[in-house]
Design a protein around this ligand. Structure first.
Ligand SMILES: O=C(O)C1=C[C@@H](OP(=O)(O)O)[C@@H](O)[C@H](O)C1
Ligand SMILES: C=C(OP(=O)(O)O)C(=O)O
Length: 456
């Protein structure tokens, strides 16, 4: 199911026309995973529209089918799910292939931990390097058993337990995936499970579980620490869910429109949940002209159309408190920083080293190849911006395949302001989160001439 088994697809991205007009980004990846999972746990038919049809979400759908849910697609983004009910997942016959998707792996490990089934999880080379102890540790306290490699990575076997034991768990890392894994395990666990979240992370699981009728209560201390209480043995109601556009996908077009001179672009239907909107705050602090139009609610989430105009950016020190709300946006934020005037400093980003790739190292490597002066620190980058001057590397730059969609898309956008363009050795990883990325970029830049495929 993974793109990694296919032949690489090299693309070249070079300066062309400004980004103009309007476009709509695909459905939010986090909300799409959760829509399928909660629908599979409801009894009856749920209907989802705007579902992201990226490989990561399809991995979640495939796993839920293998555990008994009936999942059908009737049109683009339109999906129907017949759930099995909390506690009624079936033992899958084969290992669940999570492909490149950390969210699928960690959320589904939580889901099966409180079911009396044994499940093997496998993934691609990137996912098989990513840390899983962060979920096996709390789920183990709930009674599930795990067989992993000594490095606590995939492939991994979960032996679920029913009834599981409710726990009170303080998250040692700011991670919505870990929080959500425990919440999903808690749904089929008698009693009340409490998760203490010192640093708030994306809150889609809380919102969507409440919407489906689960007893989820959130209390916030004066210092911002959140306590999330989930009452187990829940009954979830089938829903009609509309998935809003993904701010993490919109991010590439926001930055492109800011740094390509003359751009004036509207990105429609973008989720602006405060736990996801840190990039907009940071870019505005740098002088980015981003206006929210027609603020509204879609599927219980705040959404707006974003009007973005090319802007002279100035470097900033990014407040570490913003980090969780822009965690996936740092790769493209570093491209914006490299085009700003002055220095941009980031810190508190050690989590970027355990994403689909080591995103600090990969971004530092690619930016250096583009001639950008920077310092790589253990938990961030310090970037000397070029004050709007296009990248002018001595040699042609090729970004090698590292099985990381966000690295590929970030340097694709950088290619729009690089004198000789940039070659992405394999664009196919974008299919995990944004299958239409190149098509939308071509459309926004007025046609084929802005970017073109390169024959290897
Ligand atoms: O819960 C989610 O849907 C996600 C949480 C984040 O991961 P962490 O929980 O590891 O920070 C994010 O990077 C990922 O893309 C999606
Ligand atoms: C980190 C990401 O996803 P995941 O953890 O689901 O692989 C991402 O999409 O940037």
């Amino acid at each position: 199911m993974s793109h990694s088994s296919e032949a690489p697809s090299p693309w070249h991205f070079a300066p062309g026309k400004p980004l103009t007009g309007s476009l709509t980004v695909p459905g939010d990846k986090s909300i799409s995973h959760r829509s399928l999972i909660l629908s599979a746990l409801a009894v009856g038919e749920s209907r989802i529209s705007g579902l992201l049809e990226g490989e990561d979400v399809l991995a979640t759908a495939g796993a839920l089918r293998a555990m008994g849910a009936t999942i059908d697609r009737s049109a683009d983004g339109e999906w129907q799910v017949q759930g099995v009910g909390v506690g009624s997942l079936l033992q899958p016959e084969a290992a669940l292939d999570m492909g490149n998707s950390g969210t699928s792996a960690r959320l589904l490990m939580g889901l099966v931990a409180s079911h009396p089934i044994t499940v093997n999880f496998i993934g691609d080379a990137s996912l098989s390097r990513r840390p899983m102890a962060r979920v096996t540790e709390p789920l183990g306290r709930m009674g599930a058993e795990f067989t992993t490699s000594p490095s606590d990575t995939l492939p991994l076997m979960v032996q679920g337990i029913c009834p599981a034991i409710p726990i009170c768990y303080r998250l040692p890392v700011a991670s919505a995936q870990v929080k959500s894994a425990i919440m999903l395990a808690a749904l089929n666990t008698p009693g009340v499970t409490e998760i203490i979240e010192p640093v708030p992370t994306r809150d889609h699981s809380e919102t969507m579980l409440k919407g489906a009728g689960a007893n989820v209560r959130v209390e916030t201390d004066d210092d911002g620490t959140r306590h999330i209480f989930v009452t187990g043995e829940a009954n979830l109601q089938p829903q009609t869910i509309t998935v809003p556009g993904d701010p993490s996908s919109a991010a590439f077009f926001i930055v492109a429109a800011l740094i390509v001179p003359g751009s004036d672009l509207t990105i429609r239907n973008v989720g602006i949940n405060p736990t996801r909107a840190g990039l907009i705050t940071a870019l505005r602090d740098m002088g980015g002209d981003i206006t929210e139009l027609d603020r509204r609610s879609v599927g219980g989430e705040p959404v707006a159309d974003l009007h973005v105009r090319a802007s002279a950016l100035t470097g900033i020190d990014v407040d570490p408190a913003l980090v969780p709300s822009m965690i996936d946006e740092f790769p493209i934020f570093f491209i914006a920083s490299a085009m700003a005037k002055g220095t941009t400093r980031t810190s508190g980003l050690e989590e970027l080293r355990v994403k689909e790739s080591d995103r600090l190292a990969e971004m530092a490597r690619g930016l250096k190849a583009l001639g950008v002066a920077l310092e790589e620190q253990p938990d961030g980058l310090v970037i000397q911006g070029r004050d709007g001057e296009p990248f002018a590397p001595d040699d042609a730059v090729t970004i090698e395949q590292v099985l990381d969609h966000r690295i590929a898309m970030s340097f694709a956008i950088a290619g729009l302001v690089a004198k000789t363009g940039i070659t992405i050795a394999d664009i196919s990883p974008v299919a995990t989160s944004f299958p239409d990325f190149t098509k939308l970029l071509q459309r926004a830049t007025g046609g084929q001439e802005a970017i073109s495929g390169v024959r290897a």
